[in-house]
Design a protein around this ligand. Structure first.
Ligand SMILES: Nc1nc2c(c(=O)[nH]1)N[C@H]1C(S)=C(S)[C@@H](COP(=O)(O)O)O[C@H]1N2
Ligand SMILES: [Mo]
Length: 337
């Protein structure tokens, strides 16, 4: 018998979709109509306590989340025509350095984080600064499902169905004033549950910090996510609220946000500060600008397995060039990496 093993250097087009995800997806498409354009169709309601994915759902999800489920706009953006990463991989192969450096550390440690209640401080150049509960921040919004590629700077990627709302809507409600040129974000620092933030040997100057230019923050693809796979976010993925900027390397998508500031100057960001030659402020996914130590032209789509490393070409702006390339018109992307 001839068994063909794809060579590691070639892109594999065979996407492996686990049966359960595939089946629930078929059900889902039948219910909602496949291939929705942005904002084209009203959301399809599912029973409050039922995730359309066959994934573990916590026994108790906060009411601020469950009360939003019947109104969710599923598949709010045309889904990528690529298999959704199995929930197990998306929740057990993570970067969340506060919980440790290994991919399995966040899943092991992060559920000790108490996300209920949780508040986010909004300050800087806004008319309505204050400390708001996540419940209050989510309340005015309809949740949308955004199925996005997530491309880590380490050259692996996934496809994750998030539930969230556009960050721009929140900023508009806060009332940005003239000095609002950038948005700065900070993650919680919880030494009792985050083994790495206490370490004298840690290279990172906590809190983990990220930032966007205001036009990037207002872009309709940029969301604050509170759920994934039709359910609440897992702690290791940044519960209760994290940023998702799909055309940028994953490190921009800061988790477990406690502070959002509208500021005049380009803010301090964690990775840029650690290694400015390797990680820039913009961090736009770009197959033509290599990391100093590896190529960014290709990526490993997880899960990879014994028979397929699942290598594929990385797309300009992670496949979102039509939507976002105009934000960078006239900029030298090799200089502003
Ligand atoms: N606070 C915080 N946010 C973070 C990180 C982190 O270490 N700390 N890692 C980033 C990196 S490098 C990536 S690739 C994504 C991973 O998101 P995921 O685990 O949900 O896939 O989270 C980003 N957000
Ligand atoms: Mo990353």
């Amino acid at each position: 018998m001839l068994i063909r093993v794809p060579s590691a250097s070639r892109c594999s087009s065979a996407d492996i979709t686990p049966e359960s995800v595939y089946l629930s997806r078929r059900r889902f498409m039948a219910a909602s109509g496949a291939g929705l354009a942005l904002g084209a169709l009203p959301g399809v309601a599912f029973a409050q306590d039922v995730s359309p994915y066959e994934v573990p759902v916590p026994a108790e999800q906060p009411t601020w989340f469950t009360e939003k489920l019947p109104g969710v706009q599923w598949r709010a953006v045309v889904p990528v025509d690529e298999a959704i990463t199995p929930f197990e991989d998306a929740t057990h192969y993570n970067n969340f350095y506060e919980f440790g450096p290994d991919k399995g550390d966040p899943a092991e440690h992060a559920d000790a984080m108490d996300i209920e209640p949780w508040t986010v401080q909004i300050d800087g150049a806004v008319e309505k600064p204050g400390t708001y509960s996540v419940a209050d921040l989510v309340q005015p919004h309809r949740l949308e499902e955004r199925i996005y590629r997530l491309r880590c700077v380490e050259a692996w990627s996934m496809v994750i169905p998030w539930l969230g709302f556009p960050l721009g809507e929140l900023i508009r409600r806060a009332g940005p004033t003239g000095g609002a040129k950038y948005v700065a974000f900070e993650t919680a620092v919880l030494p009792e549950v985050m083994p790495a933030v206490d370490s004298r040997f840690s290279l990172i100057d906590w809190p983990y910090r990220e930032g966007l230019r205001i036009d990037e923050a207002m872009h309709p693809l940029t969301i604050l996510a509170v759920g994934m796979y039709g359910r609440i976010l897992e702690e290791q993925n940044g519960a209760p609220m994290r940023l998702v900027v799909p055309w940028k390397y994953g490190f921009k998508s800061i988790k477990s946000i406690v502070r959002l500031s509208l500021v005049e100057e380009q803010p301090y960001t964690t990775w840029q500060n650690l290694a400015p030659e390797e990680y820039g402020f913009y961090a736009n996914v770009n197959p033509n600008v290599d990391h100093p130590r590896w190529t960014q032209a290709r990526e490993r789509r997880l899960p990879a397995n014994l028979f397929s490393t699942n290598v594929r070409d990385t797309l300009m702006f992670n496949g979102y060039a039509d939507e976002v390339a105009s934000l960078y018109q006239g900029m030298d992307l090799a200089k502003f990496y």
